[in-house]
Design a protein around this ligand. Structure first.
Ligand SMILES: *[C@@H]1O[C@H](CO)[C@@H](O)[C@H](O)[C@H]1NC(C)=O
Ligand SMILES: *[C@@H]1O[C@H](CO)[C@@H](O)[C@H](O)[C@H]1NC(C)=O
Length: 328
């Protein structure tokens, strides 16, 4: 996730040098991480995430901006989250992405080593303990961020369209434009019960270790044209800059986990986690098997019945009346 920096240039390619200027970037509790689903600990006490007021966007436009590192939508302070250890108030959302040449990278978090092409972060501060974002951002329990891994699907995602359709208004670093307010909940996956939880940090300098992370297990899908807009429309440079540079690959490499626990709000289905496709195959396989078995049983029963009638019926048939007796 990105913290708004006014005067400091972050060179994303210079990630290993961040800690020379921002000591926290070299800390032992950094983000993003690779989530290893086989070692994540199931915690039955983790409740579903409850977005508060995400759908009540009102009529005032949202503000969309390009800060040179990402696209940011500022969020009204009546939006927040329940289902976390404290009350959290929404601040902003932003995205991370790759470079348009490949969809193999772009997300910050990875699951079992797999990246997705993009990731959404919705940033909140602990409004139960702190007066505002600035006060909370440096505190251990100051922030809560929702992470949503984004993949490519067939259909246009109208929710994400509310952001990517307006990127051309803020192509250059430092630009800002109003956009129609939209239902922020449409950016989330439908399953808010299943997520990974760990303590981590901001993913850009100053990398404060103040974030309680929630990374949803379910991904969302945007279309390929939508991803291409995200990957290619923005510049990290200001308008009129002599050397314009496209804003791409604004994700940080995964950081060492260093003994931090990662919790899962849901139980893994056995050792192997089946995909939806695999589950469908298993169900269809079972159904076909059952139908097949029923057909075989029916055939066998029918055969036995008809065989027995051929065998039995003639013997129980009354013997034809004897002609001789009737003649007599
Ligand atoms: C945040 O709250 C502190 C403490 O009340 C105050 O000094 C500071 O000006 C506030 N910052 C912003 C950005 O509102
Ligand atoms: C995060 O850190 C706090 C304070 O150190 C601790 O109480 C809490 O259990 C940790 N949460 C997770 C998910 O590890």
């Amino acid at each position: 996730m990105l913290y708004m920096l006014v005067s400091i240039k972050i060179c994303l390619k210079g990630q290993p040098q961040w800690s020379e200027f921002f000591p926290d970037c070299g800390g032992s509790g950094q983000s993003p991480i690779d989530v290893d689903t086989s070692t994540a600990q199931y915690d039955p006490n983790l409740p579903p995430i409850k977005p508060l007021g995400y759908g009540q966007h009102g009529t005032e436009p949202f503000s969309l901006s390009n800060n040179g590192h990402t696209v940011v939508v500022s969020l009204p302070n009546w939006m927040g989250l329940a289902g976390l250890p404290y009350q959290f108030t929404a601040v902003q959302l932003h995205l991370h992405w790759g470079n348009g040449a490949s969809i193999a990278t772009g997300s910050e978090h990875t699951i079992n080593g797999h990246s997705t092409p993009a990731e959404l972060h919705i940033v909140h501060y602990n409004s139960e303990l702190y007066e505002n974002f600035s006060m909370a951002v440096t505190k251990r329990d100051g922030l809560a961020v929702l992470g949503v891994l984004m993949e490519v699907g067939e259909e246009t995602n109208e929710g994400y369209g509310s952001i990517v359709n307006y990127l051309s208004r803020i192509r250059h670093a430092g630009q800002k434009a109003p956009i129609p307010a939209f239902d922020v909940q449409t950016l989330l996956p439908s399953d808010l019960h299943s997520y990974y939880r760990y303590n981590g940090s901001l993913t850009t300098p100053p990398c404060y270790q103040s974030v309680l992370w929630t990374v949803f297990a379910e991904t969302v899908k945007i279309s390929m044209p939508q991803l291409m807009k995200l990957d290619t429309v923005l510049y990290s440079t200001e308008e009129g800059s002599g050397q314009p540079s496209v804003l791409q690959d604004n994700f940080r490499a995964t950081q060492p986990i260093n003994q931090r626990p990662v919790f899962a709000s849901f139980q893994r289905a056995g050792v192997k986690i089946y995909t939806k496709g695999e589950i469908a195959a298993i169900v269809i396989g079972c159904l076909c098997g059952c139908v097949g078995l029923a057909v075989v049983i029916r055939f066998v029963v029918k055969t036995i019945r008809s065989t027995s009638s051929w065998d039995v019926l003639p013997t129980v048939r009354p013997a034809p009346p004897s002609r001789s007796s009737s003649d007599s």
